[in-house]
Design a protein around this ligand. Sequence first.
Ligand code: HEC
Length: 231
Amino acid sequence: MSCYKIPKVAAFATLALSLALGGANTVAETSADKVDYTAMSAEQLADYLIFDARGFKLDVATQEGGTVRQRLEQDELQRTCSALQGARAEGDTATQVMAMARKAITYPEGEIKLGDWKKGEELARSGFGFRVGHNTDDHSEREPGGNCYACHQLDPDEIAYGTLGPSLKGYGKARGTAEAMLKYTYEMIYNPHAWFPCTKMPRFGANGFLTHQQIADIMAYVMHPESPVNK
Ligand code: HEC
């Protein structure tokens, strides 16, 4: 998910640098004649560089259908959170974002149950799925994963993990598997803004990255007593 962002940021930095040095960049030159960068706010300039300066291939098809350009357009929740510029949502904004997120949650039929933790282990490790660019992920080759390790520690024996999210080592052992915990964990994976408005954690269910079954499998990986996460 984050892979296509790296060249984007790099390209942005290069453009910004060349603009600062007098606009010697070819992309800036071709469209520079009619554009007055100095009259733009930082936000307008960023939008211009990404959407109009033709520095990125925005017409590339994405896995969810549509194009990269459409993917980059923020939905209401993202716009609300972006306006906070990284700050925690509070007060009315928090209430509004949580309500928006809650509305977007659908539940599996019947009870929320744990699936197969071994399957969940694979999914939690896999970052395959929605990358586009040099190597576009093809869903006919492999199913998309959850990439949980990019932000969380899970299996205590795993040495490579990100720390943007809290450690989930021993999560199920500490919290148990009562109905309320199953529901909380399901909602956290489906749409975490329902609990942490404007969190950095992706909306795996609401955005169609993971199916109900995949979420059940990943939940088993973090909650089942037999899973290495809880050993
Ligand atoms: C981009 C980073 C990121 C990814 C990827 C990510 N998370 Fe999170 N997660 C977070 C953050 C950050 C929090 C803490 C909430 C906050 O403070 O915003 C969190 C919180 C949680 C919590 C609640 C923890 C608690 O103590 O109650 C659970 C459960 C969780 N994540 C599970 C997962 C699972 C399972 C996956 C993979 C499907 C995943 N996360 C992928 C960033 C991420």
